[in-house]
Design a protein around this ligand. Structure first.
Ligand code: ADP
Ligand code: ZN
Ligand code: ZN
Length: 762
């Protein structure tokens, strides 16, 4: 059957557009293919053929598509269904899904078809390390080793570790079977700079070999040996996959969940299936990626936000060509890579909030999407966490997901002992120095004396959250947002953490003219400064979004902490995940109060997750770690639950509250945000929308209400929250909501009000 028309998806915030199919394409066009679509004045877009049909459109002029985009990927039916599901579920257009799903270079505006030519796709290569041909005997090798042993100890170690991995009969070029010989570079844990140095000295050689498509590098010959309880967890996962599509792995910090993932990945790759492995946006991604690569090497297709667009295109196309046996590893957007013959999806740290995209449409939750994608692709999904989200845990309790638990830390390490330290009592007894209770200072002293390491957690970056005039009460706030500016002392700046605005920190109060500006509260920068004052000889470093700006600086800080050249690391959330350092015996949460008092129904759950994860950084090997939580509310039930490591108690009490106040998982939420520069107009629009929505939804609608920060980048904000019972049709509710918003936008004067729906807000 041939078709005359095609509905084509363009990377615009729209649904599809109808085109005529040019004669040259008619015979070969299929749904999912990329075409060069003319749109607007002499502009071309990459379009995806979404539907072929013969229904004549009601408009007179209709453009036609004449060429395919060569070498561009073709969307599979699974991908197309998945995109459609995302658009419907998260209330956005298909075009917005396309924008998020394809790297920019694959969905260009005014881009010629030629640029999709083969050169975008570089053939895959593997690197092998071999001895340099000049080192052709044991004598010569020993000679080099001796020289290095005296002059370059690190190069010596590197060379030795290489030699130990190659059987002697393959070591020397003359005896070596022709290329490839040596060791896969990814199997060698040698720093690139050391490799290059050894290459320069004509000791080692890096040889690159092309991999023709379809030919995959070998799978690992050895995998981590699992402990008994890890083995049991794997058996349980296998068993549960017979009856469930999704399994939740609840394993305490340090229990070796990654080891379990590695096993499961290996099994799938051996069967010729792909695995999609999602990670949260964590500072330590690079370290984890290296760890996974040391097993699966060139079979790993990495995808994350730090990549250049070109690298993303390359990896997208690699995934698109995959015929199975490969691992796609990345952050939430890796969800959109062509999954190929997918066998398993792993969502690591499934509770992590970075899985939810909130700033731009589609406002999707990658964990939930991963479960849907797996189902569509006929694959299984494994969600892992030490502190599962309440939603996932309830899904497991209700039998929707399978559940398996791992309570033991690897290597007999015990969970850290958690001490709740009362800040008010410390003040009363004169046992508090600035922000540190006496017990914390004593423990820090011990740690330093023993040559161990400590992590101090403070969930605010900068020096202090705000500055205030102690004379007249003036505070510095952002001119564009309704929020106080944060002092960054080292650079003498006040900064807005919402819009990026910054100004030089004043020394004289602009309101009363007195020299009485003082910092209030405290951030990581201030903690660092005070620690240095208390422990002048300690080696202290700081890790937060400010120091993260440069990946090189960041890796330097992490590497030096790993080498134990830093004693105390001060940081924000960034220090909570993937940090696995032997030397850490003390972790302190400097101010638990601001985690507890956050006005959100998920605050307690998040606080539990965060504190448990931070605590989990302590005492990973032989030493039992200690965790000190400073708080003015040591009796707070949530802190007791954290101290007892009692996830189930946290779950019970939170579920009771959520039931009483009707919050997820007992209902589903959609938040509706309205934005406009004109405050009065915004209120009028919100009241109008509110009236209409109240007529439909009654008590299920809350608002309009200004959010905690009610002005950002010159725009005023108002929010609604819609609660939908779980037994009601969510689809119907969204449809009614969308219609009501459309009606508002059709009303004179209100078309300029931005309305954003966020389904399942986090
Ligand atoms: P989790 O992700 O559960 O917090 P990890 O997977 O990071 O734990 O494991 C914690 C540490 O224990 C890591 O350093 C890991 O290499 C080590 N480990 C866990 N299981 C094993 C194993 N079976 N063999 C060797 N090392 C292991
Ligand atoms: Zn003043
Ligand atoms: Zn601002």
């Amino acid at each position: 059957m041939t078709f005359t028309y095609a509905d084509i998806l363009l990377p615009l915030a729209q649904e599809t557009f109808t085109f005529r199919i040019g004669d040259s394409l008619r015979a070969s066009i299929t749904e999912g293919r990329c075409v060069k679509a003319p749109f607007g004045q002499n502009k071309f877009y990459t379009g995806i053929v979404w539907r072929l049909h013969n229904e004549e459109p009601p408009f007179k002029t209709i453009k036609s598509v004449e060429t395919f985009v060569e070498n561009a990927p073709t969307l599979t039916p699974v991908q197309m269904r998945f995109w459609e599901w995302i658009a419907r579920y998260y209330m956005c257009t298909l075009g917005e899904v396309m924008r998020a799903a394809l790297p920019s270079a694959l969905k260009p505006e005014g881009f010629s078809a030629e640029e999709f030519s083969r050169e975008v796709f570089r053939p895959r290569t593997v690197e092998y390390i071999t001895l340099h041909p000049e080192i052709d005997s044991l004598d010569k090798l020993n000679e080099q080793l001796e020289i290095l042993a005296r002059r370059a100890r690190k190069q010596y170690d590197a060379l030795l570790s290489f030699v130990s991995q190659v059987p002697e009969e393959e070591l020397f070029p003359t005896k070596r079977s022709p290329f490839p010989g040596g060791v896969l570079r990814t199997r060698l844990a040698i720093d690139s700079s050391l490799l290059r140095a050894l290459e320069k000295k004509h000791i080692l050689r890096i040889e690159t070999q092309e991999l023709s498509s379809g030919e995959l590098p070998p799978l690992p010959t050895s995998l981590p040996k699992l402990t008994e309880s890890q083995g049991q967890a794997i058996d349980a996962i296998h068993r549960l996959f017979h009856t469930h599509d999704t399994v939740l792995l609840h394993g305490v910090t340090g229990s070796g969940k990654t080891e379990i993932y590695i096993r499961l990945i290996d099994e799938q790759l051996r069967e010729g299936r792909n695995v999609l492995y999602l990670l949260p946006e964590i500072a330590m991604t690079a370290q984890l990626v290296e760890r996974i690569k040391s097993y699966f090497g060139e079979r790993v297709i990495v995808y994350h936000s730090r990549f250049t667009d070109r690298a993303r295109v390359e990896n997208y196309l690699r995934a698109d060509r995959s015929r199975g046996g490969e691992l796609i590893l990345g952050v939430r957007s890796a969800l959109f890579l062509p999954p190929g013959p997918l066998g398993l999806v792993i969502v690591d740290e499934e509770h992590d909030t970075s899985y939810k995209q909130t700033d731009t449409a589609p406002r999707y939750h990658a964990r939930d999407c991963a479960v849907v994608l797996a189902r569509m692709a006929g694959a299984k999904a494994l969600l892992g966490s030490a502190t599962p989200s309440i939603e996932s845990y309830v899904n497991a309790q209700e039998g929707k997901y399978g559940l398996t638990t791992l309570n033991e830390r690897y290597g007999g390490a015990t969970l850290p002992q958690i001490i709740l330290s009362d800040t008010l009592r410390a003040v009363q007894r004169g046992e508090r120095t600035i922000h540190f209770n006496k017990i914390l200072i004593e423990k820090l002293t011990d740690v330093l004396a023993a040559g161990e390491q400590a992590i101090l957690f403070q969930n605010r970056r900068g020096f202090s959250p705000y500055v205030e005039c102690s004379h007249c009460g003036w505070t510095a706030s952002c001119p564009h947002c309704n929020v106080t500016l944060t002092l960054h002392k080292a650079i003498h700046q006040l900064r807005c953490h919402y819009c990026g605005y910054s100004m030089t920190s004043p020394t004289i109060c602009p309101s009363c003219g007195q020299q009485s500006i003082e910092p209030r509260g405290f951030g990581t920068e201030k903690v660092e400064e005070e620690i240095l004052r208390l422990f002048p000889t300690a080696r202290v470093a700081r890790l937060d979004r400010d120091t993260m700006q440069s990946p090189r600086v960041f890796h330097g800080i992490v590497a030096s902490f790993a080498r134990r050249e830093t004693d105390i690391l001060v940081g924000t959330q960034l220090v909570t995940k993937g940090f696995d350092f032997e030397g850490v015996s003390l972790v302190a949460i400097l101010n638990a109060d601001n985690l507890l008092n956050y006005p959100d129904f998920r605050a307690a759950e998040r606080a539990f997750q965060l504190m448990t994860q931070v605590a989990g950084r302590a005492g990973r090997r032989q030493i039992q770690g200690e965790v000190i939580i400073q708080t003015s509310q040591p009796q707070h039930p949530l802190l007791q639950q954290v101290a007892n490591g009692d996830y189930m108690a946290m779950l019970r009490s939170q579920l009771a509250e959520r039931k009483a106040f009707f919050y997820p998982p007992y209902c589903r939420l959609i938040s509706i945000l309205l934005r406009h520069k004109d405050k009065a107009l915004l209120w009028r629009a919100a009241n109008r929308l509110g009236d209409d929505l109240h007529t439909i939804f009654g008590q299920r609608l809350l608002g309009p209400q200004p959010p905690p920060v009610d002005r950002i980048r010159e725009e005023y904000l108002l929010t609604f929250l819609l609660k939908v019972e779980r037994n009601r049709s969510f689809i119907q509710a969204k449809k009614l909501l969308a219609e009501t918003i459309a009606k508002l936008h059709a009303t004179a004067g209100f078309s300029s009000v931005t309305v954003v729906c966020n389904v399942d807000p986090q």
